[in-house]
Design a protein around this ligand. Structure first.
Ligand code: NAD
Length: 457
């Protein structure tokens, strides 16, 4: 559904009027396209702490992010601040000193990425300083404006466990950037336009190589559930763009729409209700060479307050959104249909984080997805060489949100740092980031694609 307000504020009279009235000023977001594959302006690489050496491997990783890397710039398109060496409260002053002079000069639609490490259970000074970065990033995301975004990426700490950071003085606080390439490529590009205020924690897993950067998923089969329309169709389209062979699954009731979508993308349609008892077997039969990517996107809402909710509404939502995801994931992993190096991506929601009036069933099912991902991720990596992550969309412009009453819809759209709804492609780009071969270190993560929604923030 078109966002007329965003269009209106893009005109001179609209800008004038909405400024005078103190109304939100959403900036049109610059998304990835063949014509605009990169941010405007160079990548400014800063380090907090004058005596801190860079994180191991960071220079190579930044060089691969697709922007010229500079130490000074009048108008950077992105800023990466290496704050991994900040281990004391006094050291936080360096974060201010590094970003205070440049934040105003960032190009519109720019990116700030702060690199930190995991707060240590053994060193409360390091833990305080590194946790402080989270509050910093979330606040800067709220004030930066002009379509710019701010994230914190926690790099894995490769110090000897139990040794306080202050005792070792390793370069970059002992962190390594070896698994961070796909994450920084995503965050430092127009593909992450609707992602802001997020904290991403990477593991020390060694990334698989990407043989063809133009088609990183070439040779892999991706199955997307709920792919006839909305977010699922966008996911199928972006994975196909990245070179995957796509199987598009949706209920037999929307077969025609599914076939149209699949034909447009060169995908194979699979009409199947994901709650069917034999769903996993039928998926395995449709992918005889196995799956490289499995995207659980199918989802439904059946809203009612708990006091008015019949059991059928509860059961159907939990069955589609959570139980079928658990069942098919277990069966496909056990059968070896999801190949080593495979990626499972599930779909949560900010409703599963913040809760929502009238959505006890939906929010329970989506919070369940978060539990699944956090628990299974490390074990799936150890036992099957597979990562498990989730996207948690905020307000995305689809048929689902078009059905929401006007005033609630308008509030949902504006109550985020970017003051607008996201598009299905924004969620799809995040799924594609999880699916990259070199995203091995991204595991057990839940990424909100919500423009830094105020809900559950
Ligand atoms: P949508 O209703 O437009 O599309 C959902 C698709 O899933 C439909 O094509 C539907 O036929 C399919 N589906 C439903 N039940 C199925 C089943 N049993 N088996 C197979 N397919 C089934 O919804 P959307 O807005 O594109 O949402 C996609 C996902 O994103 C859902 O999981 C939803 O909960 C989640 N989400 C959406 C938003 C949003 O703002 N749109 C926000 C948060 C989360």
């Amino acid at each position: 559904m078109a966002d007329r307000y965003l269009h209106f504020t893009g005109t001179a009279p609209g800008r004038f009027l909405t400024r005078r009235l103190g109304l939100p000023q959403p900036a049109p977001l610059r998304r990835w396209s063949l014509e605009t594959p990169r941010l405007e302006g160079p990548l400014l690489h800063l380090t907090a702490g004058a005596d801190t050496e860079a994180v191991a491997g960071l220079a190579e990783v930044l060089a691969g992010a697709g922007l010229p890397v500079v130490g000074r710039a009048d108008r950077p398109g992105a800023v990466v601040l290496d704050a991994t060496g900040v281990t004391t409260a006094a050291g936080l002053g360096d974060v201010h000193a590094a970003l205070h002079p440049v934040v105003r000069s960032l190009a519109p639609g720019g990116r700030v990425v702060v690199l930190g490490t995991v707060p240590s259970p053994d060193d409360h000074h390091q833990a305080a300083a590194q946790q402080a970065l989270e509050g910093f990033v979330r606040s800067l995301g709220k004030e930066i404006g002009r379509g710019s975004t701010v994230q914190l990426v926690r790099l894995p700490d490769v110090r000897v466990p139990g040794v306080p950071a202050s005792d070792v003085r390793l370069p970059g606080g002992g962190a390594t950037a070896q698994g961070a390439a796909s994450t920084l490529r995503f965050l430092l590009s127009p593909r992450s336009a609707y992602v802001s205020g997020q904290v991403i924690e990477l593991t020390d897993a060694t990334p698989e190589p990407v043989t063809d950067p133009a088609a990183p998923l070439a040779g892999r089969t991706a199955l997307v559930t709920g792919a006839a329309r909305g977010i699922g169709a966008a996911v199928a389209s972006v994975l196909a763009r990245d070179g995957a062979r796509v199987i598009a699954l949706d209920v037999p009731g929307v077969r025609e729409e599914l076939e149209r979508t699949a034909a447009r993308l060169g995908a194979t349609p699979l009409p199947l209700d994901i709650t069917a008892p034999d769903a996993a077997d039928r998926i395995a039969a449709a992918a005889p060479d196995g799956l490289g990517v499995l995207v659980h996107n199918a989802g439904i809402t059946r809203d009612r307050r708990l006091a008015n909710m019949p059991a059928e509404r509860w059961t159907s939502v939990v069955d589609v959104n959570l139980d079928s995801v658990l069942r098919t994931t277990d069966e496909l992993l056990k059968a070896g249909t999801i190949r080593r190096g495979g990626r499972i991506v599930a779909t949560a929601s900010i409703a599963g984080i913040a809760g929502n009036n009238g959505q006890t069933n939906y929010a329970a099912s989506k919070a369940g997805i978060i539990g699944l991902v956090r628990s299974l991720g490390p074990r799936a990596a150890a036992d099957h060489g597979v990562t498990v992550n989730a996207v948690a969309p905020g307000f995305i412009e689809t048929k689902m949100t078009a059905a929401v009453p006007f005033f609630i819809r308008e509030a949902g759209r504006r109550m985020n740092s970017l003051a607008q709804g996201g598009l299905p492609v924004d969620v799809a780009e995040a799924v594609a980031w999880f699916a990259q071969p070199d995203s091995t270190a991204v595991n057990g993560q839940v990424l909100r694609v919500c423009g830094q929604s105020l809900l559950g923030a």
